[in-house]
Design a protein around this ligand. Structure first.
Ligand code: PMP
Length: 360
């Protein structure tokens, strides 16, 4: 099979060896006479793999012992509701940094639950920039400060993170988790869908400082209450078994390829290849402040929408998928997640140069 060059924003490219391991062990896992996805989540087969997955996740991302780590269902989107339900106290506000579509969706869900303070709203500059991390100071009576570390649609990424003192810092890291080291201690909660850098869609990882639960709303139904999941290490109800198995295999692959430092190096190298083409031309244009450009989702424009359509159509014929920008913003986007081979990025860079030569 000739594999497509996969620039989808998520679900997205996975390491071929992980797909092969899933295939090889789909019918029978580890000579046990059944598949992982046929086994009870209360039995040894799943729980042994799950414990290894959590241990590996903790080791690679350096998640301290006083943080819970588990997976939930419902996508990252369910967290947009659970976070304010659990932590937005009635007599306070929650600070949201509206850096683009995803932080915006989280904030508008929070508005249904309590009082949101738009600490920063990038809509005036079309989400092309971010506040300086060292200057971010949450409101006095803030329940938490919320940010999205990488806006998958806008292609904008925090390069470092604010220090929020006693105010809990909460981050959606769906699209850049495991692409670089993270100072987990700065955060009270980090979460994200796994379907970009970590595995098949289905699971949402939750990293939560245990002490955050002391600030929690005690009147929630069981699934919506984080303390339920904290007490059951994420096994309160049936977990997304297949997705978690995939995550375990991707983590093995990340470990073999240099851990988060290795992934960071790859991300810096791969994104520079495309940004160099953009910066070296007056044909391609990046709408994002260079200080905050994403290494995972590179957003760019051409002089006209017709040319953008032509670009996507010719790229598709050459086996490159997923280069169309999100339907809400248009333009072009190439997602360069961990598992995307560098050769595919070089191929895209050459295609861009050729396209400019023919159409510029
Ligand atoms: N946050 C970010 C940054 C995302 O990119 C996405 C999905 N692309 C979401 C949240 C929503 O994730 P899900 O589809 O898993 O609910």
């Amino acid at each position: 099979m000739e594999r497509k060059k996969n620039f989808f924003a998520g679900p997205s490219v996975l390491p071929v060896e992980v797909l092969e391991q899933l295939r090889d062990q789909m019918v029978e896992y580890d000579n046990k006479g059944l598949s992982m996805i046929e086994a009870s989540h209360r039995g040894g087969l799943f729980e042994d793999m799950y414990d290894e997955c959590l241990a590996l996740f903790r080791e690679l991302l350096r998640v301290p012992e006083d943080y819970d780590l588990y997976f939930l269902g419902g996508g990252a989107t369910l967290q947009f509701s659970m976070i304010p339900m659990n932590f937005l106290r009635p007599d306070t506000v929650a600070d949201y940094i509206k850096s683009g579509s995803w932080a915006g969706k989280a904030a508008s869900d929070a508005e249904k639950i309590g009082k949101v303070n738009y600490y920063y709203d990038g809509s005036a500059n079309h989400f092309s920039s971010l506040p300086k991390a060292s200057e971010v100071k949450p409101s006095k009576n803030s329940s938490y400060l919320y940010l999205c570390s990488n806006e998958t649609i806008g292609g904008i990424e925090w390069q470092d993170f604010p220090d929020t003192g006693d105010v809990p810092l909460i981050a959606d890291m769906s699209s850049d988790i495991f692409s670089r080291p993270v100072p987990v201690e700065k955060f009270s909660m980090i979460y994200g869908g796994v379907q970009k850098n970590l595995g098949p869609a289905g699971a949402t990882f939750i990293i939560m400082k245990k002490s955050l639960l002391e600030r929690q709303n005690p009147n929630l139904t069981s699934y919506l209450d984080y303390s339920t999941h904290s007490k059951n290490k994420g096994l309160f109800n049936t977990p997304p078994v297949f997705s978690i198995w995939g995550v375990k295999l991707v983590l093995d692959w990340i470990k073999k390829n240099g851990g988060v430092e290795g992934m960071h190096k790859r991300a810096v190298e791969k994104s520079a290849i495309i940004y160099d083409v953009i910066d070296g031309s007056s044909f391609f244009r990046s709408p994002v402040d260079p200080t905050f450009r994403s290494r995972m989702n590179i957003v760019f424009r051409l002089p006209s929408e017709d040319l953008e359509k032509k670009f996507v159509s010719e790229a598709t014929k050459e086996g490159m998928l997923g280069l169309k920008g999100h339907r809400s913003v248009g333009g072009l986007r190439s997602s360069l997640y961990n598992a995307l081979p560098k050769e595919d990025v070089l191929y895209l860079a050459q295609f861009m140069k050729d396209f400019e030569r023919k159409n510029g």
